[in-house]
Design a protein around this ligand. Sequence first.
Ligand SMILES: [Zn+2]
Length: 385
Amino acid sequence: MKYNPRFSLIICFIFIILGISASTSSASNYIDSLEVNIKNTADKIYIPIHTINNLRYCELEKIASVFKANVKDERSDNRIYLNIYDEQFLFLSGSRYFSFKNKNYLYPQPLVQQNGICYLPFEFLISNLPDLFKDKVAFKDNKLHISKPQDNTIRTIVLDPGHGGRDPGAVGKTIGAYEKNINLSVALMLKNYLEKEMNVRVLLTRSEDKFVSLQERTRFANDNKADLFISIHTNASRDRSSKGIEMYYLSTAKTNEARAVEAMENSVVEKYEGGTEALRKYDDLALILSDIMQAENLEHSNTLALKLQMNICAGTKSPDRGIRQANFYVLRGAFMPAVLVEMGFISNPVEESFLVNKQYQDRLARTIFEGIKSFKFRYDRIRTS
Ligand SMILES: [Zn+2]
């Protein structure tokens, strides 16, 4: 089409008119902003202040980004959860009350939602927050002064290909496949997906066929400040018809079946790590510490297990044998959300032939990747934009 200056001028006008009408039709108006200073830094952030029905509000998402807070929006019943400094607020859409540490608080006007955006009363920032976090938040000289918020974004993931070296793990009966090789192969493929598509640091407890003790594996994850620990295994059972995917996270309570898998995975300590002496070492040190540390991560581990299990089962069509809790040494020492995946039964002739197949291994890696991705999306605190 020939360039026509008059035509583009008309188009321009149309856009300007549309733009104006769009901005006036919205009930919220940006009027000013609140300056936020982060203590002991030169960082300044501005939170826009809006007026709705002549009252002052700030966008919940903006507040969340300043505090690197986690927002959970339960649209089904208008509940909104906000985690600031690891404490949880509960808001109700349209309500003047919010709940914090099992107490209800009142702010001067109700929380409102408009066009999918949630607005909190301005007073929540300058009055409620300083009251509730006396040592962390202060409102002085029309500015908010806050302690540096913690950033819980997942940056480092440790993948733990089970067994290795003198410990082959479970061995297939039909073609004699070694569990250790399948675990490593899937872990390497998964590492590749995570690094290329998720921009996280991925470390492996072993990247070759060598023996690594269970304690070294979790120490490695702790030393590297891993945010997630994923131990990768293949299952085995006396019953050769057993098949499907099992996902484990840590617990002391257990079913008999979980106990059997636990005994199998833990037997490496007795068989390859110096027997009872090594067992005592786990019991004395790692176990006591990890009980305390892991307790905080159990809920996250459970969510991670759910996401992984859902994705692997849907993507491989392998039967879903469920999420279980068991007392694995390799999980007990990890001070971060940690799961152990059993990707199928090497003892089942059909599954054994799948598990050694590179395409099937890639499918496993891809589906584990998708599970981690969807977990990370929920878990990460919103970044400062
Ligand atoms: Zn194993």
